[in-house]
Design a binder for this molecule. Structure first.
Ligand SMILES: Nc1ncnc2c1ncn2[C@@H]1O[C@H](COP(=O)(O)OP(=O)(O)OP(=O)(O)O)[C@@H](O)[C@H]1O
Ligand SMILES: [Mg+2]
Length: 447
């Protein structure tokens, strides 16, 4: 029989209510020693009411779903049924059901998905192991998530100025104003959709922001940013030294902009007034730039400097109209320095392999619980936490938009307000280090 499971359910209830019971002596102390029988009575009534109000709806929900589940006759070899231990509304659209498997393997639930949907009367978004493998977690969803949101299907979407598209949520298309970010991190396991979102953000931002320069750093051979090579306002950097030089030049540009703001008594750069473009520094596989390489002294020094420069930019660049977008698989203090993480407020986290991975990026386990669907992620900004299906953009679409940009620059429909910030010919050829306060004598020697 299910005595074991019954006992377990009691154990869960005890764990839930024990703190309330155990706090009774403490409360009695506070109430004082001259407790009358009346006080005791009302106190017990109060506690009982609390337990009832909290426990009864949960009990009703559990028994409702348990009855439905029992109808399917799912049992193990000795006719033991899975037993539901928790039913919880995750948000407006989703309900989580956790059950003790009682010897029924997760595969059986997955094979019975159609029957479960028909019985529960809702779509099943995912069937996964709970953190304890003896339990299975089913997420029911009232919202029918699209598995793919094509970028082309959003072409008629009216994007406000300086906004980019993050994707589709259960409440519609989610966009973000870059000025309100100002920096962003994209994380998640391999193949979850980081690079695709990274590129989609750049394209949609270019569509809504007329005065914008892109600095694209991709140390994994530049494969991901290759689609942007014809963009007149994009600079692509593929190797470590040039990436650090470029960050130094952009840091110098930030300092120049701050001096300009101070001199003129302005609070922030306005592209048209100040004849300065907005700058987006986008780094895919950012960990490749920041990870210490113990076998190579030169690479280690460079990565240290890359961290320092990024830290300065992340801390201050908002008013200067300079924004950072970093994509990385893993977020640890070794891959993205904690100082940098603290200054990045917008975080898009795709599915993570571990609970810890999600907690490190978002501060909670939401990205770990996501279904295994490429492009599905959690957007976190301030106290906002939204589940989103990111748009799928293709290489052809990125290149096609590049051709459109070339035309716009040619016919004067679009222009840059200042020249691109690039390494000079001699810096490029001779690896000369640009001047800047972050460069130390020690690191200078290396070049
Ligand atoms: N938004 C999306 N919608 C549908 N499919 C997607 C989406 N994003 C990515 N994919 C699919 O997943 C594949 C991998 O995506 P992507 O290269 O962006 O992953 P990644 O997280 O950058 O992986 P890696 O860490 O290995 O670089 C894509 O080729 C595409 O098939
Ligand atoms: Mg990638």
């Amino acid at each position: 029989m299910n005595v074991f499971v019954e006992r377990e359910t009691h154990l869960i209830l005890w764990q839930r209510y024990a703190p309330t019971f155990l706090s009774v002596p403490k409360l009695l102390k506070i109430v004082g020693t001259n407790i009358t029988i009346h006080k005791m009575f009302f106190f017990t009534l109060f506690i009982g009411l609390q337990i009832f109000l909290y426990g009864f709806p949960q009990y009703c929900k559990i028994s409702k779903f348990q009855k439905l589940l029992d109808r399917l006759g799912i049992t193990n070899g000795v006719k033991n049924k899975p037993r539901i231990t928790e039913v919880k509304d995750e948000d407006f659209n989703r309900t989580k059901i956790v059950m003790a498997n009682n010897g029924v393997g997760i595969k059986l639930f997955q094979n019975k998905q159609d029957d479960l949907e028909a019985t529960f009367g809702e779509k099943i978004e995912s069937i996964t192991h709970d953190s304890n493998p003896g339990y299975t977690k089913i997420i029911l969803s009232k919202y029918h998530w699209p598995k793919v949101v094509k970028f082309s299907s959003l072409s008629s979407f009216d994007l406000p100025k300086d906004h980019f598209i993050l994707g589709q949520s259960s409440n519609g298309i989610v966009t973000q104003n870059i000025n309100e970010l100002p920096h962003m991190l994209i994380a998640g396991t391999t193949g979850s959709g980081k690079s695709i979102l990274f590129k989609e953000i750049l394209v949609s931002l270019l569509k809504s922001s007329p005065y914008l320069q892109l600095y694209l750093l991709d140390l994994k051979g530049g494969v991901e940013v290759q689609d942007f090579k014809d963009y007149p306002n994009a600079t692509i950097v593929k190797d470590m030294k040039k990436a650090v030089f470029t960050l130094q030049l952009l840091k110098d540009e930030m300092d120049r902009r701050f001096a300009y703001l101070e001199k003129n008594g302005y609070r922030e750069i306005q592209p048209l007034r100040d004849k300065m473009d907005k700058i987006v520094i986008a780094i895919d596989e950012a960990s490749a730039l920041y990870m210490k390489n113990f076998a190579n002294q030169e690479a280690s020094t460079l990565s240290k400097r890359a961290k320092e420069l990024t830290d300065s930019l992340a801390k201050l660049a908002r008013a200067a109209g300079i924004h950072l977008i970093l994509a990385t698989q893993k977020v640890t203090k070794e891959t993205i320095d904690t100082h940098i993480q603290e200054n990045i407020s917008g975080k898009f986290c795709f599915k993570t392999n571990t609970l810890q991975g999600s907690v490190t990026v978002l501060g909670n386990g939401a990205a770990y619980s996501l279904p295994d669907i490429p492009g599905r992620g959690i957007w976190s900004l301030g106290n906002k936490l939204i589940e989103i299906q990111a748009p799928l953009i293709t290489s052809a679409e990125i290149k096609e938009f590049g051709q459109q940009l070339v035309e716009e620059f040619k016919n004067g429909g679009r222009k840059m307000l200042q020249p691109k910030i690039t390494l000079t010919q001699s810096q490029n050829e001779n690896h000369l280090l640009p001047e800047g306060d972050v460069c130390t004598k020690k690191t200078r020697k290396i070049f």
